[in-house]
Design a protein around this ligand. Structure first.
Ligand code: GRF
Length: 203
């Protein structure tokens, strides 16, 4: 199977996919790593791992739709089975989401439906939550609102900062994201009108 991975920054989740493919945990290869950010550190890491990379700078487009259409064209050339948003920090329109419906995943560092959007770890701390976590979900036009697939939970510890909590959560991100992708590639997981279905049952 072929993966396209979209990043905006350091790309540690992308690296988790590279590692999972290398170990054979994921029966897939990475056909493309695409970034909106020419300075994304993950682009350099992907290129030095011998992976095809591309950059489409959103600042060169007049509208989100025009940017999304350019990304769809680039990604489609690589014919991926799965499109993985891994720290991709642009809001996507239906121009992007519809062509990849059912094979487009995102990871969000909160226990959705809590804390869609930014600054999730600080918001969990401010709320006095006893636990935090991360969610992999299907992408729909609702921001961070598509059907959840898998979550991991971590404790919030006394003295935690947003950074220390993020460091605890990201370890779990690297574990659960390739698992969700493997379910989809194995045909065990699908997106239905009712939500995510795993092995025939609603999640
Ligand atoms: C992760 O916390 C991810 O959940 C969020 O953005 C961060 C990306 O980190 N969407 P990385 O670039 O994968 O290291």
């Amino acid at each position: 199977a072929r993966l396209a991975i979209l990043i905006s920054g350091r790309g540690s989740n992308m690296q988790a996919f590279i590692d999972a493919c290398g170990r054979g945990d994921l029966n897939a290869s990475i056909a493309l790593v695409l970034s909106n950010n020419p300075g994304a550190a993950g682009l350099t890491h992907a290129a030095s791992a011998g992976i095809t990379t591309a950059c489409i700078d959103h600042r060169e487009y007049d509208s989100r739709e025009a940017f999304d259409a350019a990304m769809v064209a680039e990604i489609s050339r690589h014919d991926p089975d799965l499109v993985i948003l891994a720290g991709f920090m642009r809001i996507l329109t239906p121009v992007f989401i519809e062509p990849f419906a059912g094979k487009l995943l995102n990871i969000h560092p909160s226990l959705l439906p809590k804390y869609p959007g930014l600054h999730t770890h600080q918001r969990a701390l401010d709320a006095g939550d006893a636990e935090a976590g991360v969610t992999v979900h299907f992408v729909t036009p609702q921001l961070d609102g598509g059907p959840p697939i898998i979550q991991a939970r971590v404790p919030v510890k006394s003295g935690d900062t947003a950074d220390s909590l993020a460091a605890r959560v990201i370890q779990q991100e690297h574990i659960i994201y390739p698992i969700a992708a493997s379910w989809l590639l194995q045909g065990r997981l699908r997106l239905s009108k009712q939500g995510a279905i795993l092995d025939g049952d609603p999640i």
